[in-house]
Design a protein around this ligand. Structure first.
Ligand code: IMP
Length: 198
């Protein structure tokens, strides 16, 4: 039996990514209908967990279906955990991915070794009609490159290297990234929870 869930997002790119992760599983994912017309949820909490659980609970009050919400970002301990929960807005509201990556590279100028260590974090929450059903999270360790490399992926991928420092996520295939990434790992936990094994 397929398990259906709706994603609290208006972003078709995010839906595509989730559908790729769910391929071959019994999970069916759609966007939450009329997402844009529903009252917005302010993602202003200081933790990924609060933002994703808050968002799932909020939107679950407008549908009878199970709602999935997520929050993710890049954490660099050497600069106080930045960009962290502000990853999407790190260089201002109208900035592009390249502006955010450049800003982080400037902050890390002169830093080497341990100080370039970073991790991507992803928290996914599921709620139904105002009740939280599950919160799963995972992270992916890595190091920040000296300059952007590669054309795949999105966001900070061109400056985020696998732990051995050789290739960035933007130089890897989608399959390679999903095997190692915060989102791929968290999603596999979510599947364990949502899709009962026969
Ligand atoms: P969200 O949509 O609020 O979760 O924002 C997450 C932000 O973190 C995105 O805008 C990206 O800048 C960054 N981010 C999260 N996951 C990834 C990833 O897998 N690769 C690159 N950047 C990511």
């Amino acid at each position: 039996m397929p398990v259906r869930i709706v994603l609290a997002s208006s972003n078709p790119g995010k839906l595509r990514e989730y559908r790729e992760l769910a391929a071959g599983t019994a999970l069916e994912i759609d966007l939450l209908p009329n997402f844009e017309e529903l009252p917005a949820f302010e993602e202003s909490a200081p933790t990924f967990a609060e933002n994703s659980a808050g968002k799932a609970l909020h939107f679950s009050r407008f549908t009878a279906e199970m709602v999935l919400a997520d929050d993710s970002g890049l954490v660099v301990p050497a600069v106080g955990g930045a960009p962290g929960v502000h990853s999407a807005r790190y260089a201002g509201p109208n900035a592009r991915d390249t502006d955010r990556a450049s800003k982080l590279l400037r902050e890390l100028e002169g830093k080497t070794g341990e100080e370039r260590k970073a991790r991507f974090v992803c928290v996914m929450a599921v709620a139904r009609q105002g009740r939280a059903l599950a919160v799963v999270s995972d992270c992916a360790e890595g190091v920040i490159a000296g300059e952007p490399r590669g054309a795949n992926g999105f966001g900070y991928d061109p400056i985020f290297c696998f732990p051995d420092g050789r290739r960035t996520y933007a130089e890897a295939s989608t399959e390679e990234k999903n095997l190692a990434s915060h989102r791929g790992k968290a999603f596999r936990k979510l599947i364990e929870f949502l899709v009962p094994k026969n």
